[in-house]
Design a protein. Sequence first.
Length: 589
Amino acid sequence: MARGLYMLNRQFTNSLKKSKKISHGIERASFYSTSIKSNPELEDESLWVNSKIQDVKTIVGVTIPEMIRANIRGWENAVAFECAESGRKYTHRQVLEQSRGFAAAMIQSGYKRGDVIGVVLHNIPEYCAILYGIWEAGLVASPVNPAYTAAEITRQLESSGAQGVVTLPDYLEACRAAKTANPKIKSIVIVGEPHEGCHSYYEMVKADTTGVDFAKGSQMDTLNDTILLPYSSGTTGLPKGVMLTHSNLTTNLLQSTHPTYIKANAFEGQNEQERLLGLLPFFHSYGLACILNVNMLKGSHTLTLPRFEVNSFVRAIRQQRPTIMHMVTPLINFMVNSADFTSKEFEATETVIGGAAPIGPSLINQLLEKANKHMLFQEGYGMTELSPVSHFSPLWTNNQKVGSCGCPVPSTSTKIVDVISGKTLPRFERGEICVRGPQVMKGYFNNEEATRNTIDVDGWCHTGDIGYYDNDDCLWIVDRLKELIKVKGFQVAPSELEDLLRGHEKVEDVAVIGVPDAEWGELPRAYIVKKDGQNLVEDELNHFLKDQVTSYKQLRGGIEFVKAIPKAPTGKILRRELLTAYKEMRGLQ
C-alpha cells in the first residue's frame, strides 16, 4: 500500500487522556483507579502482549474516501458491488462518482458539517456510495438495523440527534414515524422509486460537483471529529452511540489488512479479482469494516444479499464462487449441516474468516472437513468500540490454532487482568481482556459515565470478555463479563428487554439471560415474577413484545415464571445463578 501518500503520525492520541484523570468506574470494580499504574503489584508491563508486527502508523489528516481514492489502481472499471437479487451492479469508479454526487446534493440541501444522517438500509450495492457520500459532505453516518421496529428506529434516530435519514421503500413508514417523533429530522432520502415528500437518491447522485467543497482530512481533526456513530450495548446496559473517527477507521483498515494477516490480493487488472459475499450486514461494524471498506481498498467484487434466505444464499454461493467468505457461527452451523453444501461449493474458497462471536474448534473442524481441508480458516476478535478489529489469526497459524481468535494486530497492546484484584495476569491465566491502540473509540456519544466505565485513564478499553493468551501470543476467548446476549452475532441487552417487560401491567419483576442454542448461538430467556393475583401466560408476554423489538430480540429461549429473582445485596441480578440452574436442569456443561 502506498503509505507515503499519507501524512502519518506514529503516536496515538487519545482525547480522553488530555482531560482530567478519571476512574474506570465503580460499576466494574473499585480497583480501577488513577493510581493503578503506580502500583507495581497490580500493573506488570512485562505481561502485556504487544503485536510483534511492525507498527502501523496512526493515519492523520486523511478521510476514508481520500484513502480509497489515493490507492485505487487498475480496478476502476472492475465491478465493486452487485445485487444478488436484481443483478444491479456498480464499478469502483461508479461507487466513488456516486458518492461525490450524493455529497454535493446533501451539501446543496443545506446539511452542515457534523450533522448526523441515519442510514436505515439492508445490504444493497449503493450502501458504500451512500456512506462515503455522507463522509465526503463532512457529515456523520449512524447506521441503523433495518430489522428494528418503528419504535427502535425512532429511539436510535432520536438518541443520535439525526437530522436526515436514508432508507428504502421497505422501511419508509417506520422512518416517517421517526421523523414525526423527531422534529430535528429535516428530510428522508429514498433509494428506489420516488415517494411523495422524499428526496430521490438516484436523482441526487446526478448533482453537479463543480466547485463543491468536499470534506478534506487536511482541514479537519481526523483524530477527534466523529464521523461514524454505530450503536452498541458495549460491556453492559442499553445501546449507546460509539464515536469513531476517520483516524480510527483508516488506521484499523491498515492494521487488519496487514500482509501478515490477510491473504487477499489487490486486483490490478492482471490477477484474479477477489470475490466476496455481502451477507453480513453493512450496518454492523464487522460487515462495514471488513467487507465494505476492505472491498474498496483491495479492488474486490462483493455480491450483496439483503437478508439470509436458504435458497438465495445457496444460489449466491454457487454464482459468486467466493474466494473469501466472512462467516458467523449460525452460517457456519448451517453450512456444516446442510446437504446443499459439499466440497464443490467450497472449491473456489481460499479463506473463511469468522467473527462477531466465538465459534469453537468443533464447528470449525467440521467445516474444514466438509471442504476437504483445503481452506484457511481465520478468526478475529474485536468490538464496535475497537473500530472493530484488535486481533486476527496470522497466516502462519495455518489452521494450527483453530478456536483461537488470533494475535494482536499491529500497534495494539493487550493485557489480561484479574476481575477481582485488577492485577495483570500471566499467560494461560484467565481474566478480562483489555486493549489499547489507535483503534480504540473516542467514547460513547453523550454518555461520559459509560465512557469512563469502558476506557480507563491510561487508555485501555476494558472489553468485558474473559480470555487468556498462550505462548504464541494467541488469544483464546472462554467467557465474558458482560451480560450481553449474542444472537447470530447481534447484541441483545438484557436490560432493554427487562425494561420493556416491566412495563407489562401483570409483571412485578423480571430477569433476562442468554441461553445456548446450536443454531442461534444464544437466545433471550425471561424469568418473570407475576404480580399477586394475576393470571399471566407465555403467549401474552410474547405478544406484548412482538411489535416492540425486532425478531432476534424475541424470547425464543422461553419464559419461566418464578417466585423471586436472585439478586445480590446491591440489587444486581445474579444472572449466572439463573444460567447455571438452566444448564443443570438440561444436563448442559
